[in-house]
Design a protein around this ligand. Structure first.
Ligand SMILES: [Zn+2]
Length: 185
């Protein structure tokens, strides 16, 4: 794994806090982000997330799927991970670039740079239903390429659920490419 890439991820929206800073996403025995049952003092999806993140950080064969898995997870748990328009834009544009733009690395760097300049963004209404696959669909896969295919299926289900925001995501990407960022304030 490239050390620079890891350091960059750790300093970005891809570094998920392991300790909850806000109320949990579940109130009635289910995660109100992804719908998985809560099996104890915290949602089962959080346990799976911590395990998968640790594996991605430790094993390069899994690291390549890290960004897509985090984008899918965060868009399914927007109350904690997409609270700001900026964090929503990062994850939504991540999937937009992955699926619409052949995962173009230069475009991805461009959106990250554009967002780091804090452009003025308004947060749209988010979909109430956020995909028919969850982290449970990728959790048990112990072979990297099978895991990668499952992460893509999970992320595609999330991207499809956010269909009403596809044009907004494309517009954000094109703003980042044209450099016409309307700075906040
Ligand atoms: Zn969940």
């Amino acid at each position: 794994m490239e050390r620079g890439a890891l350091e960059a991820a750790k300093a970005s929206v891809y570094d998920l806090p392991m300790q909850a800073r806000r109320p949990r996403e579940f109130t009635t025995g289910r995660c109100d982000g992804c719908g998985l049952p809560a099996d104890g003092p915290r949602p089962a999806c959080e346990e799976m997330r911590d395990e998968l993140l640790a594996r991605e950080f430790e094993q390069p064969a899994y690291w390549r799927y890290h960004r897509m898995a985090v984008d899918a997870y965060c868009l399914q748990h927007p109350r904690r991970y997409c609270e700001s328009a900026k964090s929503l834009a990062a994850h939504l544009c991540g999937l937009c670039i992955a699926f619409d733009m052949n995962n173009d690395a230069a475009i991805l760097r461009g959106i990250q740079q554009w967002l780091s300049g804090n452009p003025a963004l308004s947060k749209p209404i988010l979909p109430g239903s956020r995909g028919d696959k969850t982290i449970a669909d990728v959790y048990d896969l112990d072979e990297p390429s099978a895991y990668g295919r499952a992460v893509e299926g999970w992320a595609r289900s999330v991207w499809a659920a956010y269909e009403d925001l596809h044009n907004l995501a494309r517009d954000w990407v094109s703003q980042s490419r044209s450099g016409r960022s309307s700075k906040a304030g």
